[in-house]
Design a protein. Structure first.
Length: 668
């Protein structure tokens, strides 16, 4: 039991899981494809980035080469001048100016060339705009002296700046110290300094550093050759912070740092990467749509399959619990039979009827009939044939059934469906009922016969007895003693009473003799007849009879209805209160398919406990001394009402009055 419950729980869990499985798979596919696409995108981005850096690097190295050349060449030229001075062991100002004019003509980025003897400027070219500088001692110029001093002490060229010039623009100043060797082999002595002022805008322009034309954003720093730690020289400092490609520009003394990023930044640089990203996103979206579309499709299918299975299960349960046998057969061979079918032919549980011949189970006398019905059903799909069929159960017993047969389609082909209801028990009960009814009728007839014979045949001898007793009375009154007179009087009374009762009994037993079916009758007619018959009694008692409302048309035997009214109204007058005017109301009300007639009086009434008894033959509640009668009137009423398909009953209260009701079938 435990394992079964466990198994069921696992099955339920698995069913729940399996409905979610397609969605899980779709989510997994989406996640995986998302990851793969992201990875591909990252790789692609990295590759593109590397390529972009390499490209930038090569462009940058071309720039650097140009820059280095354009910066170094003028300085090298000044080195040529130095060589000349050393060679000639000095130089006149005129010679310097001539040499400088030649140099400047070839290198137009040189703004001026200056020669100092010691630390005092002795000549400058071009001279006109710079004449003020002549004779100036560098030591008196705190802004220039440090680099000059550095060049002198280090005996190496020093590049300073770029510095902003008073006259506008920026310039790079190269200081080349000139030491003359001592011919005697002693220490060389300082001749002076060659200074070259290089026009930076010109150098930059010649090197191709034009922000508008460059395919990148470029920045230079390293004033005074201090490299990365020096101040900005050109471009936007921010470039250094945006993971630029960097390169060093080598100067004769120190370096500049050069940084570049693609124009608009790295991200903006790569259109193709954006295309890749776009395509990736589209691909991802398609994957999501496809996988979830698939998942929902699978779920819908699963649901449909489940619904079909459930509905099949329902139908199966319905079929198997149905109280009728359901059998489908084709060409007389059973294709389907439910449990009840197996039960109907008392086949052992577990034995299948499928594959068996239908007619094998049919009682031999009924086979032709069943075959004909099967044929009729197959011939016309609209036909439903039905009727009794007897089957032979496996234990040899005959099973009486009601069968309905019609054509159906099973697996795409026509077949015959038979619905079989076992009516053996019902038939058995029916037969039993009929038998009982018959015997009842017989005994009833016997009884009636007896009552008739008794009352009829007893009349004759009774008349004799009565006659003689009366004769005795007449002839011997006063001739015997007093007791004899009384006895004879009692005997006379007794025989009279007995004659009365026997007459009543005969009357009662003959009630059924006059027959005929109940017919439509306007109840007002029989009522009026009864009232007319009672005219004398009404006059005598002063009774007031009131018919309330319209009397209906009912299904009844006219004479019998008149007699019912006669008896009931007669009683209402008879059982009046001595001190009260009898008032009798007669009315009818509709109750479903019947009319209920009522006769109400204001007479002596009865104890409710005895209300059932009064309808029995010879039952009376009052003594004959006070109220005459034999106790047969209401028995006759009951018999007549029942004979007309109705019912009679009474309500009463002692001292208040009684109401008698009886129902009859309405005529409409
Ligand atoms: P009978 O009137 O000949 O005695 P019934 O069969 O007509 O016989 O009545 C049976 C008894 O029912 C009566 O004896 C009487 O006691 C009682 N009974 C009948 N009708 C009435 C009535 N309207 N009021 C009071 N008692 C009644």
């Amino acid at each position: 039991m435990g394992t079964m419950a466990g198994g069921l729980a696992i099955r339920v869990k698995w069913q729940k899981l399996s409905t979610w499985l397609p969605l899980l798979v779709a989510a997994l596919i989406t996640a995986c494809s998302g990851l793969v696409l992201l990875k591909v995108y990252a790789l692609q981005a990295e590759r593109r980035h590397e390529a972009a850096r390499a490209e930038l690097l090569s462009q940058l190295s071309v720039l650097r080469a140009r820059l280095e050349y354009n910066l170094t060449a003028p300085l090298l030229i000044s080195r040529g001048l130095v060589a000349q001075i050393v060679y000639h062991d000095g130089m006149s100002d005129a010679d310097f100016r001539r040499a400088a004019s030649l140099v400047i003509r070839d290198y137009d980025s040189i703004r001026n060339l200056t020669m100092s003897r010691g630390t005092v400027i002795s000549s400058v070219y071009p001279e006109a705009p710079n004449r003020a500088a002549l004779g100036v001692d560098y030591r008196t110029k705190p802004d220039q002296w440090p680099t000059v001093q550095q060049a002198i002490t280090s005996r190496k060229p020093v590049v300073a700046g770029p510095v902003n010039l008073i006259q506008g623009g920026a310039a790079l100043i190269g200081r080349v110290p000139v030491y003359l060797p001592d011919p005697a082999g002693g220490e060389s002595r300082l001749f002076g300094l060659i200074s070259v002022v290089i026009d930076m805008p010109k150098v930059f322009l010649a090197s191709g550093l034009d922000a508008r034309l460059l395919p990148m954003e470029l920045a230079l720093r390293g004033r005074d050759g201090l490299g990365r730690s020096g101040e900005m020289i050109w471009g936007d400092e921010a470039v250094f912070l945006r993971s630029p490609v960097e390169m060093e520009v080598t100067l004769p003394d120190g370096t500049w740092a050069m940084a570049a990023i693609p124009k608009g930044g790295w991200a903006a640089s790569d259109g193709q990467l954006r295309v890749t990203a776009g395509m990736g996103a589209v691909l991802f979206l398609l994957t999501v749509l496809a996988s979830f579309g698939w998942a929902f499709h699978v779920r819908r299918q699963q649901r449909a399959v489940r619904l079909v299975a459930e509905s099949e299960e329902r139908y199966r349960a319905l079929m198997e619990t149905a109280p009728m046998a359901v059998v489908v057969h084709r060409d007389g061979v059973i294709l389907f039979a439910n449990t009840q079918a197996t039960r109907t032919v008392r086949a052992p549980a577990g034995e299948t009827l499928i594959g068996r011949k239908v007619l094998d189970f049919v009682f031999p006398d009924d086979r032709a009939d069943v075959a004909a019905r099967m044929g009729a059903a197959m011939a016309d799909p609209e036909t439903v044939v039905g009727g009794p069929v007897r089957y032979v159960a496996r234990d040899g017993r005959v099973v009486e059934c009601e069968v309905i047969t019609t054509r159906v389609t099973l697996d795409g082909e026509p077949a015959v469906l038979s619905v079989v209801l076992d009516v053996s028990q019902r038939n058995q009960a029916e037969r039993e009922r009929e038998r009982l009814l018959e015997s009842l009728q017989r005994s009833n007839e016997d009884l009636q016969q007896f009552a008739y014979i008794a009352s009829h045949d007893l009349q004759e001898p009774l008349r004799n007895v009565a006659g003689y007793v009366q004769l005795l009375g007449r002839r011997y009154r006063g001739r015997l003693d007093k007791d004899a007179d009384d006895f004879i009087a009692f005997a006379v009374q007794g025989t009279k009473r007995m004659q009365e009762m026997i007459a009543n009994l005969l009357d009662y037993s003959l009630l059924h003799r006059e027959d005929g079916e109940p017919a439509c009758v306007d109840s007002r007619g029989p009522l009026d007849e009864a009232l007319a018959d009672l005219g004398a009694a009404m006059d005598e008692s002063g009774a007031v009879v009131e018919v309330v409302g319209v009397m209906p048309v009912v299904l009844a035997r006219r004479v019998e209805l008149a007699r019912i009214f006669l008896n009931l109204i007669g009683n209402a007058i008879k059982y009046r209160r001595a001190d009260t005017v009898p008032r009798i109301r007669i009315f009818a009300r509709r109750d479903g398919l019947t009319w209920v007639f009522s006769v109400a009086d204001n007479g002596i009434g009865m104890e409710p406990a005895y209300l059932d008894r009064i309808f029995t033959l010879f039952q009376r509640l009052h003594s004959r001394e006070t109220y005459d009668g034999t106790g047969i009137g209401l028995a006759i009423c009951r018999k007549l009402v029942q004979h007309n398909g109705g019912r009679i009953w009474a309500e009463s209260e002692p001292g208040q009055g009684s109401t008698f009701h009886f129902s009859l079938q309405a005529a409409d």
